[in-house]
Design a protein around this ligand. Structure first.
Ligand code: 3SL
Length: 234
């Protein structure tokens, strides 16, 4: 049976054999939710980059540039990090280069994986279906917050493990821990997350609608996958 594991923070990634695994990157609030929803709504491709300066250089190559630091849109960028910006008509058929505080950093650290997929509640079921078909060992990489573990990414990891139960085995406690957390609070994710550090942090930005949207399962049945340097749907 193939194995599944959960890396609760990118700082722990050295503990895992990334090249032997299909990696699912998770940053529920909000990077991987933006990527999923943008590609589902007509963005042609998304180029994740680690730093602001590199991201800026893509503007002259015809990309829209999206950037967030500490939740706020970066000055001079076309977009911040709201899924609603990614769904705007102005993004249709466009390529977006993006850099975020944690999500794009987690992806950077996962380069070299057998395959990199983007996971979010918005595409939970189709990601699970794809993983079952792939028949490979899986590592769910939670972006967390600046190296620390966070609740929303751990909850999604638990939701994915729960969807995949019976299809994968694990020899580490993180999948079981995340799954138990998720099954305990799945009926009230939004309420449970109200006390979480990132929801508290985002409060001052008044993005309640973003949070609600990012926690809605299966609104965008697409699986973004890294092809070369860009995320696309196939
Ligand atoms: O850290 C990230 O990658 C972002 O998703 C954080 S925020 O939701 O835009 O604050």
């Amino acid at each position: 049976m193939n194995k599944i594991d959960v890396c609760l923070s990118p700082e722990l990634i050295h503990l895992y054999d990334v090249p032997s695994r299909v990696v699912v990157i998770v940053d529920i609030l909000r990077a991987t939710s933006c990527m999923t929803s943008g590609l589902a709504h007509g963005v042609e491709a998304i180029l994740p980059v680690a730093d602001l300066e590199t991201c800026r250089t893509y503007k002259s190559q015809g990309y829209l540039i999206a950037g967030e630091r500490n939740g706020e849109k970066v000055e001079g960028f076309d977009m911040g990090n709201s899924p609603f910006e990614y769904m705007a008509p102005t993004t249709k058929g466009k390529k977006v280069a993006v850099t975020t505080t944690n999500g794009t950093q987690a992806l950077e650290k996962s380069r070299g994986a057998k395959e990199i997929l983007i996971g979010s509640f918005l595409n939970l079921s189709v990601v699970a279906e794809r993983l079952v078909k792939m028949k490979e060992d899986v590592l769910i990489v939670c972006a967390g917050w600046k190296g620390k573990v966070n609740l929303e990414d751990s909850l999604f990891a638990g939701a994915l493990v729960e969807k995949l139960k019976g299809a994968f085995a694990s020899d580490c406690d993180a999948p079981l821990m995340a799954q138990t957390l998720y099954t305990t609070v799945e009926g009230n994710l939004e309420g449970y997350l109200r006390a979480s550090s990132h929801v508290q942090r985002l409060k001052r930005l008044h993005i309640h609608e973003d949070i609600k949207y990012c926690l809605t399962p299966d609104l965008c049945p697409v699986v973004p996958v890294l092809r070369g340097h860009e995320l696309v749907i196939e």
